[in-house]
Design a protein around this ligand. Structure first.
Ligand SMILES: *Cc1c(COP(=O)(O)O)cnc(C)c1O
Ligand SMILES: [Zn+2]
Length: 408
């Protein structure tokens, strides 16, 4: 952690040394989310773009000097990060965008971007000597946390809403996690988990509550910048639930700006589902967050109380980011387009970013020559029943050539 200066509370601005705090600001309580601040001058002296070119470690750990972990800490063995950035030629034609790229983060070990955060969280848990860990999640953070825990032999206690998709629950059980399916929403599971972790002493990965997760998530931005030869995109689209990935994307580009490796910040678009859009509403009306009862097919962003809301709004205002909201219909349409034109299968929250791009284009916010990156945050196999709502399953046929002839 020699490159970390302090952890700073987003509410009161107090600064703490990493060893002084564990999760949130002691003065402000759970709402006092802490942000990790680095000594960029120090990092600059030992970390260079030229050096990275030669680094054969093609995973998120190639950015280790920009991560809040100790020098000698062991890393989990699963391969996280360095996911492909596709030029997506056919999708470019379809959308009439000459410089569109798809960052497929469903290619992570447990099939979502959450692995980036969990990987850092696991290192922190091991640094603290934890044997038992916990989190509450809409599904992906949980399956990711459980998978990474299994890879290093930690015991995971997981709180999910009982409505979490089967695929994600199956992952949890296969990874050997102990699951508490909560009769209630993600928001209720979240609060229960914090209570339980305090009571039983389990190391907690809850989004925003644990300050190190945004740092893992930011590696997606570092990769995009490197994969584009340090010429960041003009616009970048990412789906938003708690707002942690959104802040991670801003943070990654901010790191690179601070190191002098890039010259400008891309315009970041956060995309929410209409039925779960508290951040969109707060941003649009320039008012504080108001919780809402979430309802959308995109379970991973079905969040009524965005836990990273304060930081996400601050980042949006600071860097002139934008929020967009899309209907479930638009999300399902984006899933079909992504699959058919790019061969990439995103879960609803994964493809919501593409739905956001299509909406932004309709609203005249995107020029056809702009360099645009769409982050696909999770793989479609995680929630097959949602995918089946985007398509139509044909009736079975008789096993004869005539019936093939008739239906083809
Ligand atoms: C968690 C998640 C998101 C949203 O991330 P937040 O940090 O909660 O905003 C988007 N897509 C997928 C697939 C996710 O798992
Ligand atoms: Zn505080």
């Amino acid at each position: 952690m020699k490159n970390v200066k302090f952890l700073k509370c987003v509410l009161c601005g107090r600064e703490y040394l990493p060893e002084e705090v564990e999760y949130t600001c002691p003065e402000c309580g759970p709402a006092g989310i802490l942000e990790v601040l680095y000594d960029y001058e120090k990092i600059k002296r030992g970390f260079f773009r030229e050096k990275l070119v030669e680094d054969r470690n093609h995973s998120m750990w190639r950015y280790r000097p920009l991560l809040p972990i100790n020098d000698n800490s062991p890393l989990p063995p699963l391969h996280v990060g360095w996911t492909p950035l596709y030029p997506a030629e056919r999708l470019r034609k379809k959308l009439n965008l000459k410089n569109l790229f798809i960052k497929d983060d469903g290619r992570n070990p447990t099939a979502s971007l959450k692995d980036r955060a969990s990987a850092v969280g696991i290192v922190k848990a091991m640094e603290k000597g934890a044997r038992e860990i916990t989190c509450a999640s809409t599904g992906n953070a949980a399956s990711s946390w459980a998978g990474l825990a299994a890879s290093v032999g930690l015991k995971a206690y997981i709180f999910v809403p009982e409505t979490a998709p089967q695929g994600k629950l199956a992952q949890l059980l296969i990874f050997g996690a102990i699951i508490f399916p909560v009769k209630g929403s993600y928001d209720q599971a979240f609060d229960l988990c914090i209570e339980a972790s305090g009571h039983f002493g389990w190391y907690n990965r809850n989004t925003a509550y644990n300050p190190y997760l945004v740092e893992g998530k930011k590696t997606v931005a570092l990769e995009i910048a490197e994969q584009l030869g340090w010429e960041p995109p003009d616009s970048i689209f990412v789906s938003v639930g708690d707002g942690c990935i959104l802040s991670g994307v801003f943070k990654g580009f901010f790191d690179l700006l601070s190191l002098g490796w890039i010259e400008r910040m891309p315009r970041v678009f956060g995309v929410q589902a209409e039925g779960a859009a508290p951040l969109f509403k707060a941003w649009k009306e320039r008012r504080p967050l108001e919780p809402m009862e979430p309802k959308t097919i995109a379970d991973s962003i079905s969040v009524g109380i965005p836990r990273n809301g304060v930081m996400a709004l601050r980042d949006l205002y600071r860097w002139s980011g934008m929020m967009i909201s899309v209907s479930d219909e638009e999300i399902l349409e984006a899933m079909r387009i992504l699959g058919r034109e790019a061969g990439v299968f995103g879960e609803p929250a994964g493809a919501a970013s593409l739905a956001g791009l299509i909406r932004a284009q309709k609203d005249g916010l995107i020029g056809e020559n702009e360099k645009v990156v769409v982050i696909i945050t999770g793989n479609g196999l995680k929630d097959v029943s949602a995918a089946l709502q985007a398509v139509r399953m044909p009736e079975p046929i008789e096993p004869t050539l005539e019936s093939v002839e008739r239906k083809k």
